[in-house]
Design a protein around this ligand. Structure first.
Ligand SMILES: Cc1cc2nc3c(=O)[nH]c(=O)nc-3n(C[C@H](O)[C@H](O)[C@H](O)COP(=O)(O)OP(=O)(O)OC[C@H]3O[C@@H](n4cnc5c(N)ncnc54)[C@H](O)[C@@H]3O)c2cc1C
Length: 469
């Protein structure tokens, strides 16, 4: 490995939303030995190390101010794929895009995917991602049969639900703070078509919205809501639900064709004309309170017609990937996402309060997305038996402080309602908030495991320092 401390490789890296940036010594190891060397150098020089996958976290999870960042995208080989059993073993830099493209033609699909296929398996396990099927399939960690990891001490370990179970449940969702996943073995889900049967229908207010998620989930494999966060009054919480089911064997006469990669691949032109890479320039003029109110209202009116149709897996799951670099439309200071997870009993009142507050403060969210969730037993779990609401906010130089203050008020509402937060998303979670939703005992347990795997505290990130002090 080249010397990490020359200013030649000091560069500014950003979070996904371009709202945060930090100077770091960025390295691109291509083997586990090189990762080990980086730990040794960090120890010698008194520096810290952050692991980075595709950098798709909305916050400071993969940033390390004036420390070392190991970009692991170079470790991107599928090590083993068994098309009979659907078991895959891959290096941590393999993206979800690469994974589904290997397994779908053989009739399989990743059991849990994020809203973008650009994420890496290491990053997905680091945060224990959930999909639009969280209520049914849980988080990605629930489908990991085994992983191997390199600890900062140089030790190599293997973990599964039964072997080193405490580390298994803490490293998955452990924000890359306990060790480095070096290979991951996952069980894929059997498919009989490259298509999903999708049912789209409107919901007219928040109460109806949450009821639709609750009642619709048991009858579907996936459910997700779009929430018009600019609407107030009687329409507060209105939106549209998309619920989808897998097709059974024989339902799709062209299954061999629809499971092909070229059938799934998202088109690179919008309306067959505009290259998608320039679409975000056309979106930018609408990224203000008035413009997004107009766009959301038009979308809501269009969603009033119910519809049932078949859609490819890639188009259903990775809608946001349709417009590359869409986040740039938010302008120079970027965007942040605030996602809260609330028990089904308290969500209605809490989100009514949050949405109303965002309107009073004149800081509406430009995009709202809801999901149905179930709890899990990972140590730093963000999930609940309830719902989540993700809200995207535009950051500007003039609204920064006001926005941060409002999100602190949101935190208090969520905490009082027994809610939780997700370390891949929120940018303002404080140590006090983390202690309140995780509990002191959980944090203590995490610290003790860290003491075991990383006694020199080599693994740190801006997120870890912010939340765990
Ligand atoms: C458009 C969009 C849609 C999204 N939709 C969803 C969604 O539906 N559901 C959801 O749960 N999340 C979602 N996310 C969040 C995203 O899935 C997570 O932030 C994920 O962790 C990003 O993966 P990454 O490869 O970019 O990891 P990074 O952001 O680079 O890193 C994430 C964390 O993983 C750690 N890490 C990375 N590699 C390793 C490794 N090899 N070993 C140990 N730790 C490691 C890092 O240190 C960091 O703490 C979305 C993000 C975007 C931008």
């Amino acid at each position: 490995m080249t010397q990490p401390f020359s200013y030649k490789n000091l560069s500014f890296i950003e979070n996904f939303g371009h709202s945060l940036s930090a100077p770091a010594f960025v390295h691109h190891p291509s083997s586990v030995d090189e990762i080990h060397e980086a730990f040794q150098l960090a120890k010698k020089e008194g520096m810290t190390v952050t692991l980075r996958g595709a950098g798709r976290s909305y916050n400071d999870a993969a940033l390390n101010s004036l420390g070392i960042v190991l970009d692991l995208q170079g470790l991107n080989k599928i090590l083993e794929w068994n098309s009979e059993t659907g078991v895959v073993t891959a290096e941590p830099g393999v993206t979800l895009a690469k994974l589904w493209q290997v397994v779908l033609p053989d009739g399989w699909w990743p059991p849990v995917v994020s809203g973008t296929m650009a994420t890496t398996l290491g990053g997905c396990l680091g945060m224990n991602i959930h999909g639009k099927n969280n209520f049914k399939m849980g988080t990605i960690g629930e489908h990991v049969l085994e992983f191997t990891a390199l600890l900062p001490t140089g030790a190599k370990i293997t973990c599964s639900p039964k072997k080193n179970g405490d580390l298994f449940r803490a490293m998955i969702g452990g924000m890359g703070m306990l060790g480095v996943f070096t290979s991951i073995t996952l069980q894929m889900k059997k498919m009989h078509s490259g298509l999903l049967q999708v049912h789209a229908y409107p919901v007219h207010n928040l109460e109806e919205h949450l009821k639709a998620l609750l009642d619709g989930a048991p009858q579907h494999d996936y459910i997700v809501g779009w929430l018009d966060a600019t609407a107030g009054g009687k329409g507060l919480g209105r939106g549209q639900i998309h619920a989808a089911k897998y097709l059974h064997e024989g339902d799709d006469p062209d299954a061999n064709k629809t499971m092909r990669v070229d059938y799934q691949t998202l088109p690179d032109r919008m309306f067959g004309v505009f290259p998608k890479s320039i679409i975000h320039y056309f979106m930018a003029p609408f990224m203000n309170n008035f413009g997004t109110w107009g766009v959301n209202t038009a979308k809501y009116v269009m969603s009033l017609r119910k519809g049932t149709y078949r859609q490819s897996h890639a188009a259903f799951h990775f809608l946001l990937d349709y417009v590359p670099n869409w986040e740039l439309a938010y302008g120079r200071s970027g965007l942040i996402q605030y996602q809260s997870f609330l028990p089904k009993e308290t969500a209605l009142e809490a989100w009514r309060g949050i949405l109303a507050l965002s309107h009073t403060r004149r800081l509406p969210s430009y995009l709202g997305v809801t999901k149905r969730h179930r709890p899990d037993d990972f140590l730093l779990s963000h999930s609940v038996d309830g719902f989540s609401l993700a809200m995207d906010f535009k950051v500007t130089r003039s609204n920064k402080e006001k926005l941060a203050a409002m999100l602190q008020e949101f935190d208090q509402i969520v905490l009082s309602a027994g809610g939780r937060f997700y370390f891949a998303k929120n940018s303002e979670t404080t140590p006090e908030t983390a202690r309140r939703f995780l509990g002191g005992e959980t944090i203590e347990k995490f610290r003790m495991l860290k003491q075991r795997t990383d006694p020199d505290n080599l693994l740190e990130s801006d997120l870890y320092r912010r939340v765990f002090g």
